[in-house]
Design a protein around this ligand. Sequence first.
Ligand SMILES: [Zn+2]
Length: 66
Amino acid sequence: MKPEFKLNDEVIMKKPHACQTNLWVITRVGADIKLKCKNCGHEIMMDRLEFYKKIKKVINNEEKNN
Ligand SMILES: [Zn+2]
């Protein structure tokens, strides 16, 4: 099953970043997905297939605000 996600959603990755945070925000959605580390601001790009494999959970902004 492919997770639903959109721009500015936060995602939790399976493996933490080098800065020990595993919370990222989606800053670009296209053929590739761009993610920004919430802690250190580091940005990475990956294709959708890799993204699906690496994420643990998508935190939708609507859910968080309600
Ligand atoms: Zn980081």
